[in-house]
Design a protein around this ligand. Structure first.
Ligand SMILES: [Zn+2]
Ligand SMILES: [Zn+2]
Length: 339
């Protein structure tokens, strides 16, 4: 890509605004996952989504963000993050009982929608909704600032990136990935996914990819999702704000900070896609395919389909949870910070 063409693409983003990881990150996670699902899993997902195109997961990867932005979908806004009430940069950690709010969080939602996607009692519309949430949320949980309460996940950390005044959360979701790739169309996402798949297959990620899914089991989705959130949250201390908030506000984050962060962004998007592919394969094999076997007991019939049994015990609201409530259902400030 010539730099002039690249500049034109970035400029067109300035005119149209970004669609809100942003749509590029989520679609890339989806394309990576599509590469790793089995043909049986793919056929099941295409049937559920009623989409046999080569972008069946990428096409719905940002549905949950659009849904959250509607009045009908506002109830689901807390599913996009877990507000870890740790103390970056000196201490980073996720505690499910401490951090998952009473209306749910990414971890409880991943657990619930895993259960619902595999349950034979639900309508096809409900199963499609569950799959759409999973494709999105397994991406969100790898974005470090979706696993952090500090300044509402960095939404309230005002910074300058490449000449624009915005916030740290939006830069991680959208603007740093777009700076790397030069656009946010599905074709851009497919191209980025191909690069990441190459790294997983025979490049720099080859030796570590197995560790990204180590221990993941569909029978304990809270443990798996907590591990993913903990893994991403650790980067808040080491990469996102290693020297604290003030150090991010002394000048433009481009190029020095961008260069320090972009490798982690690529790594996390690759992880999200690899985990999603594996998760859908396990969901298909141990839930969907088994259901068709005669005489097989439907273990899902023991579950609460609303996922209430996954939530931690209720407790008083912390200051971080109150700050999140004040955002009134928004999780990310991208609407007001268009480049
Ligand atoms: Zn989201
Ligand atoms: Zn976000």
């Amino acid at each position: 890509m010539t730099s002039l063409f690249k500049a034109a693409l970035i400029l067109s983003g300035a005119v149209n605004g970004v669609q809100a990881w942003g749509s590029l990150g989520h679609a890339t996670v989806a394309y990576v996952a599509q590469h790793y699902v089995s043909s049986s899993t793919a056929a099941w997902a295409q049937g559920v989504l009623n989409d046999t195109s080569s972008s069946y997961l990428a096409n719905i990867a940002s549905w949950a963000d659009s849904y959250r932005a509607t009045s009908a979908g506002k109830w689901s806004s807390s599913f996009h993050f877990i507000d870890a009430e740790d103390n970056p940069p000196s201490s980073c950690n996720v505690d499910y009982d401490r951090d998952c709010g009473s209306s749910g969080c990414s971890i409880s939602a991943i657990a619930n929608y895993t259960q619902r996607a595999g349950d034979g009692r639900l309508s096809s519309a409900n199963v499609a909704e569950a799959l759409k949430f999973l494709v999105h949320l397994l991406g969100d949980v790898t974005q470090p600032l979706h696993d952090e309460a500090y300044k509402v996940g960095g939404n309230e950390i005002n910074v300058t990136f490449n000449g624009y005044s915005d916030n740290l959360h939006s830069d991680w979701d959208t603007y740093m990935p777009e700076q790397l790739i030069g656009g946010y169309a599905l074709s851009d996402a497919q191209g980025w996914a191909n690069t990441l798949i190459g790294e997983i297959t025979s490049g720099g990620y080859k030796s570590e990819a197995a560790s990204w899914i180590k221990g993941d089991t569909i029978s304990d989705p809270v443990a798996a999702a907590t591990r993913w959130a903990t893994d991403a949250n650790a980067f808040v201390c080491s990469v996102v704000m290693p020297d604290g908030e003030a150090a991010l506000q002394t000048g433009d984050l481009y190029p020095t900070y961008y260069n320090s962060a972009i490798g982690t962004i690529e790594l996390q998007v690759a992880k999200g896609g690899y985990r999603l592919g594996n998760w859908l394969n396990m969901l298909y094999t141990s839930k969907v395919a088994k259901r068709g076997l005669e005489g097989e007991e439907d273990s899902a019939s023991h579950f609460d389909l609303l996922g209430r049994d996954f939530l931690p015990k209720p407790r008083p609201l912390s200051r971080a949870k109150l700050a999140r409530m004040a955002m009134e259902g928004s999780c990310c400030g991208t609407e007001e910070h268009r480049h």
